[in-house]
Design a protein. Structure first.
Length: 212
């Protein structure tokens, strides 16, 4: 029974991501990233790309806001050229344990023939992908909202090209944050989706779950 539930969950997650991708591939172009030469997103940039296969790579991006390099799993069209971007956020451990979208779902197979650049950041465990007020002694500096809405898009656009359309989807811990990212940065994200997320943190149960 548990195995069947896992399979249904993974299939539904791919359907959710597919719906967001479909929204990105159709419709009008979005606004360009704001900023100037002195902004945080301008200072960010890809510092290396490790090609795993013809359509899969690891993009390493320096984050000025967190002062460290973030690795991002990427699925891209083998033909190259501008494409919409879909950011997939991982669950509670941020794929730091190897459990994430690319390893545990059918996302890679689904997007094999789609002209969409799929980006899944590695890291951010228990961070809820937001900007923290202070540095945590264990989890370090967490400025994920800044990274995901400013620094990463600029780096992906420079490395792979972009149509200017972007979407974000999350599951479990990152479901609510995916929706919030689209709210906080409507100039960046055109579509958002939450799968098994917690989009209402003011709920007493949710508050207890995210409180320290």
């Amino acid at each position: 029974m548990g195995q069947k539930r896992k399979k249904r969950t993974r299939s539904a997650a791919v359907v959710t991501a597919a719906a967001v991708a479909s929204m990105l591939m159709t419709g009008t172009s979005a606004q360009a990233l704001p900023g100037n030469s002195g902004s945080a997103d301008a200072a960010a940039g890809a510092i290396g790309i490790h090609q795993v296969s013809a359509t899969r790579a690891v993009l390493n991006v320096f984050s000025p806001s967190m002062n460290r390099v973030i690795s991002n799993e990427v699925l891209h069209s083998p033909e190259g050229g501008p494409a919409p971007t879909l950011v997939l956020l991982n669950g509670a451990l941020g794929n730091e344990d190897g459990v994430g979208w690319l390893n545990n779902s059918g996302v890679e197979k689904f997007f094999l023939d789609k002209k969409v650049t799929v980006v899944a950041p590695i890291g951010g465990r228990f961070s809820f992908y937001t900007d923290w007020q202070t540095t945590d002694p264990v989890l370090g500096s967490n400025m994920w909202q800044t990274y995901l809405s400013r620094e990463l898009p600029a780096a992906v656009d420079a490395a792979y090209g972009s149509t200017g359309r972007r979407g974000v989807a999350g599951l479990s811990m990152s479901g609510g944050p995916a929706l919030d990212l689209a709210i906080q940065a409507p100039d960046v994200f055109d579509a958002a989706a939450s799968f098994s997320g917690c989009p209402a943190p003011s709920n007493p149960l949710a508050t207890a779950g995210i409180s320290r």
